[in-house]
Design a protein around this ligand. Structure first.
Ligand code: GCO
Length: 481
């Protein structure tokens, strides 16, 4: 399945020794010798140093790692429904258990600490904290996020919470979900509850993860939940998602909580495949769909010129966008979270071609320069908003010796460094992903983690990339290959 081409230290130590402050005596299943305290490692000649305080991190999302799908009062989300329908996911895989992070949270926190993570980006399962998507909070569900956040803070790791990573509560889907304008307000109300509940501890918030993917895969091709194939509805859902972002930013300001908030957008630099005028024109059109349709409303408070007017005359999006909506969507955010996986090369006929090697995820064309181009373009076109990378990584069939992932990350870190040198305000880099997890329609067939999760036992084991990443973080930079 083609996911995104649809639309248009040498390890000094290793393991986490047994005790965590949260659970005295709890031990991890990852047993290698504990690290001995020593001098901070330094970069060798030719190394690339990152700015002081750079937020090296890793990302996960709730449905992909938590499991405990029906525990402690959690309500179902569209992904529970969808993954249980025959034929929706490879091998019928579901997130019922996932990486069992809900039960192994202390072990995972210790693994993060051992890696030296400065920042951890996770998502809150809306239907775990609000089983109906609205109304009463589920105290037991919320407690899980208190445990997680407290555990991060105890270990000196900054929490970064995403409020929506695709798992719309099923109860709200039953009322129309994102096709309903009300869903934007339901989201803002839930977000406000989270700001009140966790906002004394969480100070970096992300509203939405990849609305573009929800529109393309959830509503256009139907290969993601909720499994719709309806372009007209998809465009409307995309607008309501953006409106939800703006309303949540407003709600955050309303709570008076300190901190920063923004959206997490997956963006792809778009290139004409050759020097022809036709390819340039087609690339500009694809750039609108891939990037500007999301960036312009969020950062400029307007849809790209001609975007709405270019929609079919009877399309419901024309009435779905009401006066004042673009301004709400453009409510000033504090940061932009950038997710970069692949470039897009466009022909004069408007087709897409692949020019570089891909990965097990065939849509993931490896092109690190694209990250540099993307980051510098955002600065050029949208100003100096602080940026953080919240996803970049690759799946590989190499299990523990994932040298291909190391090369991939090294090249992308290098591109990020070059962008910083060029003046981009890049504050952090979160690798996707901390753990092997439920990769949506691909189930558990694609393994994206720095840490291996055994598919049967869920036992954790660091991969070579985790050991390598630990050194990068410790040195705050990368040595030449
Ligand atoms: C996304 C999501 C993640 C994915 C990752 C790998 O970008 O699709 O945010 O949930 O698992 O990107 O495909």
């Amino acid at each position: 399945m083609r996911r995104r081409h649809v639309l248009t230290l040498a390890a000094v130590s290793a393991v986490v020794s047994g005790c965590s402050p949260d659970k005295p005596g709890a031990s991890t299943s990852t047993g290698t010798p504990a690290r001995t305290a020593g001098e901070a490692p330094t970069l060798g000649p030719g190394g690339l140093a990152f700015p002081k305080g750079f937020a090296w991190g890793a990302s996960t999302s709730a449905y992909q790692v938590e499991g405990a799908a029906a525990e402690d009062g959690r309500g179902p989300s569209v992904w529970d429904t969808f993954s249980h329908q025959p034929g929706r996911t490879l091998g019928g895989d579901t997130g019922d258990v996932a990486a069992d992070h809900y039960h192994r949270v202390y072990e995972d926190l210790d693994l993060m600490k051992d890696l030296g993570l400065k920042s951890y980006r996770f998502s809150i399962s809306w239907s775990r904290v609000m089983p109906q998507g609205q109304g009463a909070l589920n105290a037991k569900g919320l407690d899980f996020y208190h445990r997680l956040v407290d555990g991060l803070l105890t270990r000196g790791i900054t929490p970064m919470a995403t409020l929506f990573h695709w798992d719309t509560p099923q109860a709200l889907q039953d009322k129309g979900g994102w096709e309903q304008r009300d869903c934007a307000q339901w989201f803002a109300d839930y977000a406000q509850q989270m700001f009140y509940s966790l906002g004394d501890k969480v100070t970096t918030w992300l509203t939405l993860n990849e609305p573009k993917t929800v529109v393309s895969l959830g509503y256009t091709t139907g290969i993601h939940a909720p499994g719709k194939k309806d372009r007209r509805a998809a465009t409307v859902a995309g607008h309501h998602l953006l409106l939800a972002h703006g309303l949540a930013v407003k709600a955050f300001r309303g709570t008076g909580r300190k901190g920063t908030i923004g959206a997490a957008l997956n963006l792809s630099p778009v290139y004409p495949v050759d020097g022809s005028a036709g390819a340039a024109k087609q690339a500009a059109a694809v750039d609108v769909e891939e990037n500007r349709r999301w960036l312009d409303p969020v950062l400029l408070g307007k849809y790209p010129d001609g975007w709405l007017a270019g929609q079919p005359t009877n399309a419901p999006i024309r009435t779905a966008v009401r006066d004042g909506d673009p301004a709400i969507i453009g409510e000033k955010a504090d940061l932009l979270a950038v997710q970069y996986y692949n470039p897009v090369f466009v022909t004069a006929q408007g087709g897409r071609v692949t020019k570089h090697p891909t990965t097990q995820a065939t849509w993931l064309e490896i092109y690190p320069d694209g990250l540099y181009d993307l980051l510098t373009r955002i600065k050029r076109d949208y100003g100096d908003i602080p940026l953080t990378i919240t996803e970049n990584g690759m799946p590989t069939t190499n299990d523990i010796k994932d040298d291909d992932r190391i090369a991939f990350l090294r090249d992308h870190f290098t591109a990020a460094h070059k962008a910083i040198q060029a003046g981009v305000r890049l504050q952090g880099f979160h690798v996707w992903s901390l753990l092997d997890n439920f990769e949506w329609a691909e189930g558990y067939s694609q393994r994206w983690g720095l840490i291996r999760v055994d598919p049967e036992t869920r036992e954790r084991r660091r991969k070579a990339s985790a050991e390598w990443y630990r050194t990068v973080i410790a040195k705050n930079g990368i040595d030449p290959a």
